[in-house]
Design a protein around this ligand. Structure first.
Ligand code: SAM
Ligand code: SF4
Length: 335
């Protein structure tokens, strides 16, 4: 029997193997969450955005280089026209084991079933509040009823797993940690609480709204019987299982429990910038090799390989600074 060549792998200077790509397909969004964006945003013109064909080509090359998980994100990925076209094709890429999506849920009543049928197995839905007025204030424009309808549609569509994502903000939504967890428990789905990251200048001081994972965990343990979970996503979340329930509660703690040593991911923005770290400015441009060499993947593969040489050891978020070091908003890089 012939011995097949080993699959190429993306390994950075610190020996971390990159197996996970987060691909942002738009910088646009129908919400304006106050921790993610400024109130008025300038979005990119269409010609500076990767076409869906270009997104597919980038994804195919990453998979060829050993990536086994892709998350489609944004901005809000479901406001991108024909997003399903891309997802259907991604789900058939040989070698891709997991195709997942992060969404604000606003379009899920319409798209949950088509997404499942397109091959998306798991989705993350952002939900920061169960109070309509607070939800509106945090998202600036969002309609809670629509998102809740989207979550129910996702439950009916039969995804393998649904996880809620909640950004914790002291004095804003920290009073809802228990009710949001109960909401997840009632539906048998997971929830992850995220410490707010200083990405882009927003209209509040991030240090003032910082709520730590440890404080959240301590509070939740008063109300729920939480047992340490063995669930490991190869990512930054630490999970606890709610006893007698399928629900897992995760904590993503960029400030209090740095997770960079285990980082297995890179991000590609909708304008074709490859960011090896969410919290640093190093990047490699993929747009030029993509467009200059439409029929030759070698320059693109070389650009991706070059990014392994500049992946930083970690982020150094500093909430004490009045201005964030990273001026890109989360919606630009893709959360
Ligand atoms: N629009 C989709 C959504 O909201 O789920 C996908 C993109 S959004 C940028 C991805 C995730 O990043 C969301 O769960 C959001 O809450 C989170 N996020 C945005 N800005 C953040 C920040 N400054 N710190 C921590 N998480 C943030
Ligand atoms: Fe839009 Fe998601 Fe950012 Fe909220 S967190 S503004 S929904 S991209």
């Amino acid at each position: 029997m012939p011995i097949s060549a080993p699959r190429p792998a993306l390994i950075d200077r610190f020996g971390r193997r990159i197996t996970y790509l987060r691909l942002s397909i738009t910088d646009r969004c129908d919400f304006r969450c106050n921790y993610c964006m400024a109130e008025t945003m300038q979005f990119l013109p269409r010609h500076r955005i990767l076409s869906l064909e270009e997104c597919l080509r980038v994804a195919r090359i990453f998979v060829d280089l050993g990536v086994s998980k892709i998350r489609i994100t944004g901005g809000e990925p479901l406001v991108r026209k024909n997003a399903l076209w891309l997802l259907e094709r991604l789900s058939t890429l040989p070698g891709l084991k997991e195709l997942v999506l992060t969404t604000n849920g606003s379009q899920l009543e319409r798209y949950a079933l088509p997404l499942r049928q397109a091959g998306v197995r798991r989705i993350n839905i952002s939900l920061d509040s169960l109070d309509p007025a607070r939800f509106r204030a945090m998202t600036r424009v969002g309609d809670l009823a629509r998102v809740l309808g989207g979550i129910e549609a996702a439950l009916r569509a039969g995804f393998d797993a649904i996880k809620l994502n909640t950004v914790m903000m002291r004095g804003v939504n920290d009073s809802e940690l228990e009710s949001l967890t109960q909401f997840a428990v009632n539906r048998g789905i997971d929830i992850a609480f995220i410490e707010e990251m200083p990405l882009g200048a927003v209209d509040h001081r991030r240090g003032d709204t910082y709520f730590s994972s440890d404080a959240a965990l301590a509070r939740l343990r008063h109300r729920f019987d939480l047992v340490p979970s063995t669930k490991n996503t190869g990512g930054p979340a630490r999970y606890w299982r709610v006893a007698h329930s399928p629900t897992q509660v995760g904590f993503i703690s960029p400030h209090s429990h740095n997770f960079c040593a285990d980082c297995n991911r890179v991000r590609v923005t909708c304008q074709g910038e490859l960011f090896p770290c969410l919290g640093q400015d190093e990047r490699v441009d993929l747009m030029a090799p993509l467009r200059r060499h439409p029929d030759d993947d070698v320059p693109l593969r070389q650009a991706i390989a070059a990014a392994m040489g500049i992946k930083p050891e970690g982020h150094d978020f500093d909430l004490a600074q009045p201005r964030p070091k990273i001026v890109r908003f989360m919606s630009m890089t893709g959360g």
